[in-house]
Design a protein around this ligand. Structure first.
Ligand SMILES: [Zn+2]
Length: 266
């Protein structure tokens, strides 16, 4: 830690009373206590590692509830099973109707053949009935063929749906197990990570910590940007050489004129 001067655009803005990142109550232009940028950068590395774990934990939490695909597959399975059952029921009814028609045909035919108690007047009506029953039988048989084809297709579909559900359930159980293990590991890592972070933060001046925290909120978690090859890695914009030299010298807390992040140059 050292006593560093604020310089660069932020210092100018501070003089004008505009800088919200690094508030302090001292005299403008005078030395103010700030933490060495390297310390802030290290703190940020720890914060980002915690952020990554928290983000992953949130994803895991959402994924553990997420079984929409499986629910959809179960719905499909239930629908195809119900359709199959309905067709089986229709098939039974059709078989009964067919048996009744066959029986009726045989009865009428037998009466006509035996000629017992059949009057000449009755014969045409009986012939018409035979023709009608024959037609009915043919129609029922045709319906039976179509129904059987549909039933076979539906049955195959129901089997495919059942296999899909089984496959998804297996994958779901495995993914849940993996996710739960990952969740436990991340939670276990968070405790020492937070302790390390608090240790690092304890070495930073309160006023600088507040500024750092505010900047992190505004800059998607990245308050300190490393300077690489003359470019601010926070916004990928080239920096003026003088500003880089100031940042590298470490005598002042320099901020990127484009993105406003604290510059960390080694
Ligand atoms: Zn920048």
């Amino acid at each position: 830690m050292g006593r560093l001067r604020i310089s660069g655009p932020c210092a100018m803005a501070r003089k004008a009373g505009l800088c919200s990142y690094f508030p302090y109550s001292g005299t403008p232009g005078k030395d103010v206590p700030v933490t060495v940028v390297k310390d802030l950068f290290s703190l940020q590395q720890l914060d980002l590692a915690i952020d990554r774990r928290m983000k992953r934990l949130a994803q895991i939490k959402a994924a553990l509830k997420e079984d929409a695909v499986l629910a959809g597959a179960r719905k499909d399975q239930a629908a195809s099973q119900a359709a199959s059952k309905d067709l089986q029921s229709k098939q039974k009814t059709l078989e009964l109707d067919l048996a009744t028609a066959k029986s009726r045909y045989a009865t009428v035919e037998m009466r006509m053949m035996s000629n017992e108690g059949v009057t000449a007047r009755e014969l045409p009506a009986m012939e018409r009935e035979l023709a009608h029953v024959k037609q009915q039988q043919k129609s029922l048989e045709e319906q039976g063929v179509v129904l059987l084809e549909t039933l076979q297709k539906t049955h195959a579909q129901a089997q495919a749906h059942a296999a899909k559900v089984q496959e998804l359930e297996q994958a779901w159980r495995e993914s849940q197990r993996d996710l739960l293990a990952e969740q436990a590991a991340l939670q276990a890592e968070l405790t020492p990570s937070r302790a390390e972070r608090e240790g690092q933060a304890a070495g930073v001046q309160a006023v600088t910590m507040q500024a750092y925290e505010r900047l992190r909120i505004k800059k998607a978690g990245v308050a300190v940007a490393r300077v690489e090859k003359g470019i601010c890695t926070g916004c990928r914009i080239s920096l003026p050489t003088m500003l880089i030299q100031q940042a590298r010298a470490g005598k002042a807390l320099a901020t990127c004129p484009t993105c406003g992040r604290i510059m960390f140059a080694e």
